[in-house]
Design a protein around this ligand. Structure first.
Ligand code: HEM
Length: 90
């Protein structure tokens, strides 16, 4: 199921901060999501959500609300799988 998706490296992810008109991407559990459409709906607000944007938000997410089913909520926002720089170059 992972195979057809884009391979996103940390360098690629860092661009998508959700700031200055850019989309917001977040790595969660080894997958990368475009969370931009979810920003207005986040119960914790935009600044909190964007703390995890442009990077791997897995730990932060788990610290705040491990019970939230992000996989279900963001299934339509899946961009690809999160890989290392080395894997991205391969
Ligand atoms: C609630 C922070 C990512 C979904 C909250 C709240 C905070 C927060 C502080 C509590 C708001 C309140 O009760 O006043 C963060 C941070 C994130 C993050 C720092 C960065 C990783 C996400 C993502 C999703 C999400 C990616 C969904 C895909 C929710 C939901 C609630 C919530 C559903 C309500 C949970 C409940 O009340 O049981 N968030 N959030 N959050 N967030 Fe996030």
């Amino acid at each position: 199921r992972d195979a057809p998706y884009l391979r996103v490296t940390p360098t690629m992810l860092r661009y998508y901060t959700g700031r200055k008109g850019k989309d917001a991407w977040m790595a969660l559990g080894g997958r990368v999501y475009n969370i931009t459409p979810y920003i207005p709906f986040h119960p914790g607000g935009e600044p909190e959500l964007l703390r995890g944007a442009g990077r791997d938000g897995t730990t932060l997410f788990g610290e705040v609300h491990p019970w939230v089913n992000y996989e279900g909520m963001l299934s339509a926002c899946l961009v690809g799988i999160y890989v290392t720089e080395e894997e991205g170059a391969a």
